[in-house]
Design a binder for this molecule. Structure first.
Ligand code: ADP
Length: 694
């Protein structure tokens, strides 16, 4: 891949990756800069340290040269003192030996006359004679040069150094000093002192030399003449040189100092700077680690946020957060869609929010302040309300609210889940309508059945009326024929009364059916159980008489009134009674057919909140396979049956909050029971439900 390809590839890289590589480049740059700066700092500190050592060394060597020069001058004075009293050669020698004993750096003292002959000399007691091998006469030229110079200077003069091989195989570098001696203002001879260079170093400068230092005399070209102390080895050494300028001779004094090991951090300053640099690098490393963790957390957080957003967007439930003043602080897309408004619009809006129907604002505001007063004890099941869309249409919602608690556990507002329940309401309405239609159909079916009973029942009073009417007519005809009527028309009156009675009875029969069919008001009322039984009794008795069934009624008078839709409950009773009587049709003629209608409190104590109604027959009972489908709509075993009775009965009872069930009765028969709420208790319960809903 060539350069161009690489560039274009980078340019096309996704922004996240570009950001990532830029961040890395910055880090690398920072680390490089820091490392560069730190190493420069360490290097500079090292340099500073070296220069300090170097300058100290230079001062030392300068001081040493001064010391040596001073010592040599003092020696010259001692030599002059030696010659001052014009001693005899013997006496001179004696004093010279004394002097040599005190000055180890001098190996020989000579008294020379003007021809440079030696009337007397003395040698150091610390060594064997240094001229033993070479012979003093071989160095005569050096002496004469020095003395010629001394004569010229009229003061001490030094010869160049020369090497004297020694008896032990080694050698010694020495130099001569010639001091002109005058007697009575005239030059009378010379004093020649031979200095050993190594001893000069050790005696004149050695005591002040510190450990680890080496002192040497060298020539100008660097040739080492004498050495004292540890010579520096390798290239890690500090070196300082200074010229030792003596009359007639110039030597180089060289001071060397070995660098201590390890020499990475030569002093405290460098060590301090290095330690700080290491600390800085460590801090940088920690910072980098922290940064990496932070990046990871940031990344995880971004993931979590993306996940949360996807979740919120996929929700069909509206979500809304409000602060403690009731202002909207958050809405999800589902909520926006529900009310048909933009999120920004909802968030910016002040109180009241735009989705509150104007006519309800006051009520909602009261509700909100009530809820704020209640605090966190909100019902979990939520409450119903009505919201308004942008187009002004209203729709019912179910709102479930929970307190919004922040990270430090303080409540900052409310979070609500909002469900649009308009579709649910529509379905409920549809199912209620179809239930109503079914019930009406069932009632008509019952009425159809009743019609045949009615004709049978009406036959009797009509026949009675007819016969009383015929009898009355006969009486009137015989009266017309001349037969006198009884004086008070007793028979006629009786017949007429009977006619009226029978007509009334027939009327009642018809009215009971009429009432049953026509009455259809949905209201729930408080009604005594006995009244419910009384209402269905005429119709039950009608059928009972036809089918030869004896009806027993047992009502526990301690029962409280029940709260119910009486028409519906009457129909339930009628259905159950009719089913019971029909079930007894298959019985033997000799068996007595008894239908018992029983009412008592549902629980054993008289203050139960429920009343139990039971319809008991001693019929054929319910086989297992029939029992399984008993409440299935349109299930019937009868040729003329509709199979709707029991399923409707159960719906009705459950709508009242009660329970409908059945059991077999021993030795034969079935008991159907259902419960209804006591009026007082259910009234309280309704109040409670209403209170929670607000
Ligand atoms: P229908 O009376 O029109 O058949 P129901 O729903 O009232 O419809 O009754 C369904 C079936 O349940 C009846 O066909 C009958 O077989 C059975 N059944 C109902 N009540 C009794 C009872 N008391 N004893 C025996 N069988 C019963």
């Amino acid at each position: 891949m060539n350069q161009l390809d690489e560039t274009s590839r980078l340019a096309e890289a996704p922004p996240g990756r570009r950001r990532w590589s830029r961040r890395w480049a910055l880090w690398v740059l920072l680390v490089a800069l820091l490392l560069g700066m730190l190493s420069t700092l360490v290097w500079l500190a090292g340099r500073y340290e070296s220069s300090q050592v170097q300058s100290r060394l230079e001062q030392d060597v300068m001081q040493t040269a001064t010391d040596i020069r001073g010592a040599l001058n003092r020696n010259v004075q001692s030599f002059q003192a030696l010659q001052a009293s014009s001693p005899s050669p013997e006496a001179w020698r004696f004093s010279a030996i004394e002097l040599l004993r005190e000055h180890r750096e001098i190996v020989r003292l000579e008294w020379r006359d003007l021809t440079l002959a030696t009337p007397s000399f003395a040698e150091t007691p610390y060594r064997t004679s240094v001229f033993e091998r070479l012979g003093r006469e071989n160095t005569q030229s050096d002496v004469s040069f020095a003395c010629a110079a001394a004569q010229r200077f009229s003061g001490p003069a030094y010869s160049t150094s020369y090497f004297l091989p020694q008896a032990d195989g080694l050698g010694l570098e020495v130099l001569d000093m010639c001091l002109p001696v005058s007697t009575a203002g005239r030059l009378s001879g010379y004093l020649v002192a031979t200095y050993s260079l190594p001893d000069m170093l050790s005696e004149l400068a050695g005591p002040k030399l510190s450990r680890g230092q080496g002192l040497a005399f060298t020539e100008a070209d660097g040739t080492r003449l004498a050495m004292y102390g540890n010579p520096a080895r390798g290239n890690r050494a500090y070196v300082a040189q200074h010229l030792l300028d003596l009359p007639g001779n110039t030597m180089v004094l060289r001071l060397e100092r070995q660098v201590g090991t390890p020499a990475l951090f030569p002093n405290l300053l460098t060590a301090l700077v290095a330690a700080m640099s290491i600390a800085l690098v460590a801090v940088l490393a920690l910072l980098a680690r922290d940064m990496r963790r932070r990046l990871k957390v940031e990344h995880d957080l971004a993931d979590a946020l993306a996940f949360r957003k996807a979740m919120e967007d996929s929700l069909v439930t509206g979500m809304r957060a409000r602060d403690l003043q009731g202002r909207v602080t958050y809405v999800n897309p589902a909520f926006c869609q529900m009310v048909g408004m933009e999120a920004g619009e909802l968030l910016k809006h002040s109180m009241p929010p735009p989705y509150w129907p104007p006519e309800q604002v006051e009520e909602y505001q009261q509700r909100q302040s009530r809820r704020l007063a209640v605090g966190a004890t909100l019902p979990r099941e939520g409450f119903e309300s009505v919201f308004m869309r942008r187009d002004g249409s209203r729709f019912p919602v179910l709102i479930i609210e929970a307190p919004l608690i922040n990270a430090v556990g303080k409540q900052t507002g409310w979070m609500s889940a909002i469900l649009d329940v308009s579709e649910q309401r529509r379905v409920e309405e549809l199912s209620r309508a179809s239930q109503d239609r079914l019930q009406a159909t069932a009632r008509l079916a019952t009425v159809g059945e009743m019609a045949s009973l009615l004709s049978h029942e009406l036959n009797q009073p009509l026949a009675a009326i007819s016969s009383y009417a015929t009898g009355s007519l006969n009486l009137l005809q015989s009266a017309a024929a001349g037969d006198p009527l009884p004086p008070d028309n007793e028979d006629l009156q009786l017949a007429m009364r009977r006619i009226a009675e029978q007509a009334e009875r027939a009327g009642k029969v018809i009215k009971s059916v009429h009432d049953f069919v026509r009455r259809r008001d949905q209201v729930r009322e408080s009604i005594a159980p006995r009244l419910l039984l009384d209402a269905v009794m005429p119709l039950v008795s009608l059928q009972a008489r036809k089918l030869g069934v004896r009806v027993l009624i047992r009502v526990d008078e301690s029962c409280d009134p029940v709260l119910c839709d009486r028409t519906m409950v009457e129909q339930v009773l009628l259905n159950l009674a009719r089913n019971g009587m029909q079930a007894m049709q298959g019985l033997d003629r000799r068996d007595e057919k008894v239908l018992t209608l029983r009412v008592r409190p549902a629980a054993s104590n008289a203050h139960s909140r429920w009343v139990e109604f039971a319809v008991i027959d001693n019929g054929q009972g319910i086989p297992e396979e029939v029992a399984r489908q008993l409440f299935t709509p349109f299930f019937t075993t009868k040729p003329e049956g509709m199979g709707l009775g029991l399923s409707l009965c159960r719906t009705v009872i459950e709508q009242h909050g009660g329970f409908l069930g059945f059991e077999a009765v021993q030795p034969q028969g079935t008991i159907f029971t259902f419960t209804l709420p006591v009026a007082l208790a259910s009234a309280l319960q309704q109040q409670a439900v209403a209170a929670i809903a607000t």
